[in-house]
Design a binder for this molecule. Sequence first.
Ligand code: C5P
Length: 223
Amino acid sequence: MTHKIFVACDSKNISKVKKIIKETQNSKLKIGYKFGLEFLNSKNGRLFLSKLKNKIIFADLKLHDIPNTCASAIKAINDLNINYLTIHISSGLEALKAAKRVSNKIRLAGVSILTSLDNKSLKEIGFNKDVKKLVLLQAKLATKAKLDAIVCSAQEVKIVRKVFKKEIITPGIRFTSKTNDQKRVLTPKEAYKNGSNWLVIGRPLTKGNIKKNFQILIDHLNQ
Ligand code: C5P
């Protein structure tokens, strides 16, 4: 099995992003690059993306709005060569359907409960169900809206797989003890074992010595 990884390019510094891309090349892995709110909102980020060629590009816009605005935002980025794009499943079924109608060849990925949230944080924002129940409900909604992928924590892959047959993308991946702000984490090997199709890895690769971090990841996968 070829391991598939999205490297999260969370920086607004173009040279840093170029360095991340250069130092995470590996012929045995399938690598894509994820650009999120920081990069895409930075002055030169969008321009850089418009010129990036021959890469699997994941625009992590995490749309969370009414149907018309979600659809219009997707039309507005139509000039970019994007392969994956995210929308919060909690935008609701109508917004998901509206987004799907205009996403054309972009794979639309529904974001379930963020990996930085746990049951306590869900209570704080007024949700009565626990993470697992909510993620299952959201996965059903993603299936109904015919989304192409789901973003969830690797801890929920097996639950999601029961109702969602397409790609599962998992952030919250850690291969060292540092969890940062993430609450629901697993190691790369555990995530693949659970059935995740793509891992999203940011800081464990991009903070500090990128080459060294990347090698630690490869060693971990080969163990
Ligand atoms: O640095 P780290 O590996 O925690 O990065 C994870 C990336 O995945 C970040 O870019 C974050 O925005 C994104 N993400 C996430 N949890 C989600 C969806 C996306 O951490 N549920």
